[in-house]
Design a protein around this ligand. Sequence first.
Ligand SMILES: NC(=O)c1ccc[n+]([C@@H]2O[C@H](COP(=O)([O-])OP(=O)(O)OC[C@H]3O[C@@H](n4cnc5c(N)ncnc54)[C@H](O)[C@@H]3O)[C@@H](O)[C@H]2O)c1
Length: 403
Amino acid sequence: LRAGRSTIHEPGLDEILQSTIADGTLSFTTETAEAVAEADATFIAVGTPSLETGAYDFQYVEAAAHEIGRALRRPKRHIVVLKSTVTPDIYTRVQTILAGETEGSGAQVEVVSNPEFLAEGTAIRDFSQPHRIIVGAVSAAARQFMEGLYRPFTKREPGVLQLTDPKSAIVTKLAANSFLACRVGLINELARYCDAVSADIEHVRAGLASDPRIGHLFLYPGPGYGGSCFGKDLRALRESAREHGADLSLVPAIEESNLRHKLYMPRRIERQLEPLAGRTLAVWGIAFKARTDDIRESPAVDAIEYLLERGARIRAHDPEAGRRAAQHFGSRITLCGNKYDAVDGAAALVIMTEWDTYKSPDYHELHERLSGRIIFDARNILDVLEVRQAGLTYVGMGRGCAT
Ligand SMILES: NC(=O)c1ccc[n+]([C@@H]2O[C@H](COP(=O)([O-])OP(=O)(O)OC[C@H]3O[C@@H](n4cnc5c(N)ncnc54)[C@H](O)[C@@H]3O)[C@@H](O)[C@H]2O)c1
């Protein structure tokens, strides 16, 4: 990081790292005390993975709160901003930890909730041109501080920053992710229905999207949602609701529906090509979505695991996620640096991630190299007619009677 190189693939991030390091605005240390002692505020943005129960594992947030508290043992005002996605109880827990660590020192520490809404792949735009910044703070001083901090991003549209209480801010984040996951889950179920009754989900989507109450965003059928957020946030919301006696049935259903949907495409491939044992399949895309190298909970990973279990051989390509895929799969799959090499001699091509480079392939080359002449397009990114004109069979997601 000190050399200005990001450890993740995020478009534009290296450039920002390099310029802010060069102008002295940004520096890195592994010593918490060094980072915190002279600061006015500390952001906690550590991971909140799932426990086996589905609840968040708060050990990293708690450890960070202890470290920060130990660094603040002197009479000084300080704000601790919870950026990690959490459930409301952790707000109180972090307050208690900080109070315990700074007891008797004269430190005045306030915890503020400021959930993060950026999406991987568009993180920089999402952060610098935000639709909303949610700040949950109690004291006027903390609210004023947060408003000042974000002013460069809110100058033109002051309404972007919304002030609320800490727990409502926390729930807003969980609400946003469950809402979005619900849209994805519903369009995916409708895609399966379209397959069953020979309708075309792409036409249905266009009709749906032109209703202003529905709109077009987050309405694309695909292989199921993945990534490090939707799944774990929905599971944590479910568990938190259960602990507090709130009876939710839709939230757990979204997650169950998505888990089922993730196996929909691999099962179709199996039905079409069985037996899979000994067959070679090409997979384009391993990241959970385009413009990131993140493969956490990626539907492509689940699909590949399913196909491997049935004895298929996988030749895969991803423009950015190759290193992470190699760590996950080891020698169980063959990773190819060139997308057409992955297709060589394969019984089928399976497209799992909507990378631009897959959207208009050289069909002549595919026809030459893809032995099985069939494409499973889990993202509906190819033009059905073009695929057919190239002499290849097309299987999309919910495109039962695609025209
Ligand atoms: N990834 C996203 O797109 C996204 C979007 C919105 C919100 N969030 C939330 O942000 C949080 C972080 O997500 P992520 O995807 O970046 O997770 P991550 O696991 O990729 O990164 C967390 C980082 O925190 C570091 N860390 C852990 N304990 C630490 C400590 N005590 N001191 C210093 N560093 C420590 C880890 O080394 C790791 O680099 C989660 O709560 C997540 O839900 C993530």
